[in-house]
Ligand binder design. Structure first.
Ligand code: F6P
Length: 291
């Protein structure tokens, strides 16, 4: 969407291979309309992505700016979550107009009610939970299912609600191992054939600790197993919701940048493409509303 809108408005577009790594190592490739055809139905990124610690230094960012200026690049769109937008803000402060697009499965970025990738990751977690329930019911077992999300419980909470789980263990609210045992035991005593507890990777008591504790409490009834979904959640075909969200945010970011706006992240707030200044985004994260 960024490429298409920018070309439509008369701009020339380059893509940076592997994110900031490509800016540091001058791996910038021209993008024409045909380069961005047929990417909609694929997860991940056709440009690649990498952790680039050198970009955190002023020298690294100066090098990136040199490469961009050598190509006559006048503005940058950065698609990513907190780490990416922190780097983007620093580059913007060094004089290059930068605009962000809110994209992370963690949904912990300020400036968007929901970020690109969350819906797909959530649906993948749900599919896994539905499958786990089949085997859990056959053996009258309970599963502790760990999902990603860094320090945000959004994926875990929503997967638990939509997956009909017994409970969610999230970073925003402390749940004790005793509470997990009580939830599962009550379900067992009510005659349920399976139990699911979704555990966020950032929760104070992780799934392995909870599993060890639950296994030491025979009154729980269920036989226990634990599973980590991990990077499985970052693959798969993007949902319709994510394709539309990415299209709308990408198009809006390109329009704004070309119109001269920068120093902000474009996200979806109450159904509208909205720009939030980097000063309100960087250095903070969003958790789930405990209500
Ligand atoms: O920020 C996205 C995310 O998938 C987090 O949910 C997770 O904690 C982290 O990235 C994993 O990072 P890596 O792929 O480097 O192991």
């Amino acid at each position: 969407a960024v490429t298409r809108v920018a070309i439509d408005q008369g701009a020339k577009v380059y893509g940076s291979k592997n994110g900031y790594y490509g800016l540091l190592h001058n791996e910038l490739i021209p993008l024409e309309l045909r380069n961005v055809g047929g990417v909609m139905q694929h997860g991940g990124t056709f440009l690649g992505s990498a952790r680039a610690p050198e970009f955190k230094t002023v020298e690294g960012r100066q090098m990136a700016l040199q490469h961009l200026r050598a190509l006559g690049i006048e503005g940058l769109v950065v698609i990513g979550g907190n780490g990416s937008q922190t780097g983007a803000s620093a580059l913007n402060d060094m004089g290059l107009p930068v605009i962000g697009v809110a994209s992370t499965i963690d949904n912990d970025l300020i400036g968007s009610d929901i970020t690109i990738g969350v819906d797909t990751a959530l649906n993948i977690a749900l599919e896994a939970i539905d499958r786990l329930k089949v085997t859990a019911s056959s053996h009258r077992r309970a599963f502790l299912v760990e999902v990603m999300g860094r320090d945000c419980g959004y994926l875990a909470l929503n997967a638990a609600i939509a997956g009909g789980a017994e409970g969610a263990v999230i970073p925003e609210i402390e749940t004790t191992p005793e509470e997990v045992v009580a939830d599962l035991q009550q379900s067992y005593e009510r005659g349920k054939t399976n139990g699911i507890i979704v555990v966020a990777e950032g929760a104070k008591h992780g799934w392995q600790e909870l599993l060890a504790y639950c296994n030491s409490q025979p009154e729980i009834g269920f036989e226990l197993r634990g599973v980590t979904l991990g990077h499985v959640q970052r693959g798969g075909t993007p949902t319709a919701y994510d394709r539309l969200l990415a299209t709308r945010l990408g198009a809006n970011a390109a329009e704004r940048l070309i119109a001269g706006e920068h120093g902000c992240v474009v996200g979806m707030i109450r159904g509208r493409e909205t720009a939030t200044p980097y000063s309100e985004v960087v250095g903070r994260t969003k958790g789930v509303d405990p209500k």
